[in-house]
Design a binder for this molecule. Structure first.
Ligand SMILES: [Zn+2]
Length: 113
């Protein structure tokens, strides 16, 4: 089932059937870097909703996590759990930090069309 969305701005209800992707930039620790933004728009008023923002660092963390999930035969269960959880925490923190930065830096682009 597709999730049903209610727009915060105009209260229009719609089904989320596809996410749009665009390349953008985000400034982080004084450096501008490329990022990929996944978002959707309200079908009625065009309000943009950010789903997730990725950059190289986050991709790297996700890659490490996927690799750990695939290949953990060589470590103890405790070590695996600790590693997995710490990576997951980093990923979550990174995601929310990037999203926050992006939204702060691209406020005007997020305004209703
Ligand atoms: Zn709307």
């Amino acid at each position: 089932m597709k999730p049903e969305i209610i727009c915060d701005k105009c209260s229009f209800e719609f089904l989320l059937d596809k996410l749009e992707i665009e390349e953008s930039t985000v400034k982080r620790s004084g450096k501008i870097e490329m990022c990929i933004v996944q978002y959707f728009k309200c079908l009625q008023c065009g309000q943009k909703y950010i789903v997730v923002v990725y950059d190289d660092h986050l991709n790297e963390l996700n890659r490490k996590y996927a690799a750990l999930m695939k290949n953990h035969g060589c470590m103890s269960l405790t070590k695996f759990k600790v590693k997995g959880e710490s990576l997951k925490k980093q990923i979550v923190a990174e995601e929310s930090m990037l999203q926050h930065l992006y939204m702060k830096q691209h406020k005007s682009a997020l305004k209703t069309l």
